[in-house]
Write a protein of this length. Structure first.
Length: 328
């Protein structure tokens, strides 16, 4: 299994680079995805590499059928919609409808939350809220060079670790492929960025992470605290989105109106360089991810203590950053 996963990693990493080269050549001739003279091809290259390698896994890793194929289909649909959005910006309603369709595909294929005692309908509702919420939260995180990609690297590594610990081959394959393609993309997106992922990439990654999070089995019934771990692993996009909404409300604006209240912009407003601000954001993301992995493995009492600790640290950071004055 180790050799197989190693092969998948190198294939994913390499094919992503190949797709970047091909798409850069195509885009240089037609310039259809070229805002601000930076090719908007990262999302498409990552998505294509993901689909190719996961399709390869379908034929070489029999345990992957059929769960892997279902996520590939739904994620590919999100990728196509994202590319269309990058080519000609879709309306908010159109985006929401396509996200509903993609999530409905997951649910139809049986990939949904399965929380005991609450019944089928509440689980379906939670799945819709979770997948659409995480998809858009990750999209909001793609605001400065390297941030979304760096965050994705640690999130995918966290899910990969839990999958290995649980001997879950399917989600280990999914997480590893996402880790490899985002790591490869990060080389091009580290500031100053040479390519962007666009809405195609951010929506695609957010959707994949939301799908993996609900596909993984975290703990037996006696360790219910472990069910919180995906919230922690996805803590960076969730934290930034909640903080952003609260700051907009504080300014008397609509929660989903545009503003520069993101954590990373406040760090830069404090005088930190773009790279240093990125480092602090990725360090916070690593804290969330490591906490999530630990939470998936410990018993209820230490897990509860860890949850309180993370909440306290998050609250302190939010309070401190809310005092930074920022325009926009």
């Amino acid at each position: 299994m180790f050799i197989y996963l190693l092969i998948l990693f190198f294939l994913s990493f390499s094919i992503q680079i190949i797709f970047v080269g091909l798409l850069k050549k195509i885009n240089s001739k037609h310039a259809v995805l070229n805002p601000e003279n930076v090719p908007l091809i990262g999302g498409l290259s990552m998505g294509l590499a993901f689909v190719v390698i996961c399709s390869f896994a379908l034929f070489t890793y029999r345990q992957a059928l059929p769960g892997l194929s279902y996520i590939i289909i739904a994620a590919f649909f999100m990728l196509v919609v994202g590319v269309i959005d990058d080519l000609r910006e879709l309306s908010v309603i159109a985006k929401f409808i396509t996200q509903l369709i993609a999530t409905a595909l997951l649910i139809y294929f049986g990939i949904r939350t399965k929380i005991v005692y609450i019944g089928l309908i509440p689980n379906i509702i939670i799945t819709f809220v979770w997948v659409i919420g995480i998809t858009n939260a990750f999209n909001l995180l793609d605001i400065v060079d390297g941030l979304a990609a760096g965050t994705a690297i640690m999130i995918s590594l966290a899910f990969f670790s839990i999958s290995l610990l649980n001997k879950d081959g399917v989600n280990a394959v999914l997480s590893l492929v996402v880790f490899a393609v985002t790591l490869s993309y990060f080389i091009y997106n580290f500031p100053p960025a040479r390519i962007y992922m666009g809405n195609a990439g951010s929506h695609f990654l957010g959707f994949i992470f939301a799908s993996i999070a609900i596909a993984i089995s975290y703990a037996p019934m006696e360790r219910k605290i472990a069910l919180v771990s995906p919230l922690f692993i996805m803590g960076m996009p969730i934290f930034d989105t909640v903080f952003l909404i609260l700051m907009r409300i504080k300014k008397g604006r609509l929660p989903f109106s545009k503003s520069n209240d993101h954590l990373v912009f406040r760090l830069m407003e404090k005088g930190y360089t773009k790279k240093r601000s990125l480092f602090y954001m990725l360090a916070l993301n690593t804290f969330f991810c490591v906490s999530g992995v630990i939470l998936s493995q410990v018993s209820n009492v230490p897990g509860f203590v860890l949850i309180l600790l993370v909440i306290m640290i998050s609250a302190l950071i939010a309070i401190k950053m809310s005092k930074v004055t920022i325009d926009g």
